[in-house]
Design a protein around this ligand. Structure first.
Ligand code: SF4
Length: 360
């Protein structure tokens, strides 16, 4: 594993993508022999992963298969859903019971676990012992929007390792500072991000945007900083990331060669029919064989533009079908480089799309 690198892969098969990421980064070499390994997915609510809220079960099965093949036997899955839902219900809805049964791996509901109080830069915090005591914690978040913190990914996913009473305290404390403080007390050794179809703005899902992408890295702060740019957000929009950096939990620095891309995005011949908010945002977009990652960057850029009151009047084109054409429009991605103006990238980031929309 190249430390401080982020591995990125495109596709829609979470199991195979997870295996490919772990193999490319040669993760088995950074896990101490015989270490206990805990997988912490996002099961915030009882929702199918295609709704854009919860980690796909293929991410779990990919991790477990890789670890077992590498000789690691002490593997568990653990999570505690948000205060309003039951973890066992969420676990079954997401299909984790089948994965755990198949690989003979136990699942622990962290709402029912013993806790210990540990010091953090903010205040003493109550965290489950099972999360604190694991030797190698693997954080498996979904990259998605959040109605209060704008974005949730690696750092905020660790909130599931708290008892419900501590989760409530987090909200009373305004979320930002507690999330950053938790990052100092509970640092995952590895983060694998499910960005296959995260919701645009709600952690409980409902408006999934298919990005068909996954990420792997060892620094949760760096991963969240990268997630910010993928969602068209600035670090200032998600203040707990910089605060976590200031408190020593990681670094927001991302150099161009820190991103190792394992494959190219492929054209989604049939981009999943957008519903609700996504359909509204893209009603004037002329898409022709757009890859999911490209389309997601556009949707997120359009969403941010609407949130800040930027009116989008120009025509927008996107997709491989526009290669070699010269439309009088703003083209999204390298395939549309013949357009009057173009947001470069394959795919571009939502932040670049947003900047181009502002210039319009
Ligand atoms: S620029 Fe073209 S090939 Fe690249 S992600 Fe966008 S649509 Fe796909």
């Amino acid at each position: 594993m190249n430390m401080k690198k982020i591995y990125e892969i495109y596709g829609s098969d979470a199991h195979e993508m997870t295996l490919a990421l772990l193999r490319a980064a040669n993760i088995k070499d950074i896990i101490p022999a015989g270490a206990s390994v805990a997988l912490k997915p996002n099961l915030v609510v009882a929702a199918h992963p295609e709704d854009g809220a919860t980690t796909h079960p293929g991410v779990l099965s990919g991790c477990i298969e890789y670890l077992q093949d590498a000789g690691f036997a002490d593997i568990i899955v653990m999570e505690g859903s948000w205060v309003g839902d039951r973890t066992d219900r969420a676990m079954k809805t997401a299909g984790y019971d089948e994965v755990c049964r198949h690989y003979h791996v136990p699942f622990y509901d962290l709402k029912k676990e013993k806790t210990r109080t540990v010091e953090t830069p903010l205040r003493p915090m109550e965290i489950t012992c099972r999360a604190l005591d694991t030797a190698f914690l693997i954080d498996l978040p979904v990259l998605k929007g959040h109605c209060q913190t704008m974005m949730t990914c690696a750092l905020k996913n660790l909130k599931g390792c708290l008892p419900d009473r501590e989760k409530r305290r987090f909200h009373a404390d305004g979320l930002i500072r507690p999330i950053a403080a938790l990052a100092c007390a509970l640092r995952p050794s590895l983060v694998i991000v499910d960005s296959i179809c995260g919701d645009l703005n709600f952690e409980e899902g409902g408006n999934p945007v298919h990005t068909n992408r996954m990420l792997l890295g060892t620094d949760p702060v760096q991963i969240d900083a990268y997630g910010c740019s993928l969602m068209g957000l600035q670090l200032e929009d998600v203040p707990y990331i910089r605060l976590a950096e200031q408190w020593g939990a990681g670094s927001t620095v991302i150099r161009p060669d820190d991103i190792i891309t394992l494959n190219e995005p492929t054209a989604a011949e049939c981009y999943p029919a957008p519903s609700g908010l996504v359909r509204q945002l893209t009603r004037d977009v002329r898409a022709d064989r757009a890859c999911s990652a490209c389309y997601a960057a556009l949707v997120r850029g359009l969403y941010q533009a609407r949130e800040e009151g930027t009116a989008v009047r120009d025509k927008l084109v996107i997709g491989q079908g526009w290669r070699g054409q010269t439309p009088d429009a703003l083209g999204i991605g390298n395939c549309c480089s013949g357009a009057a103006r173009c947001v470069k990238g394959c795919p571009p980031t939502a932040a670049d799309v947003l900047n181009a929309l502002r210039e319009l």
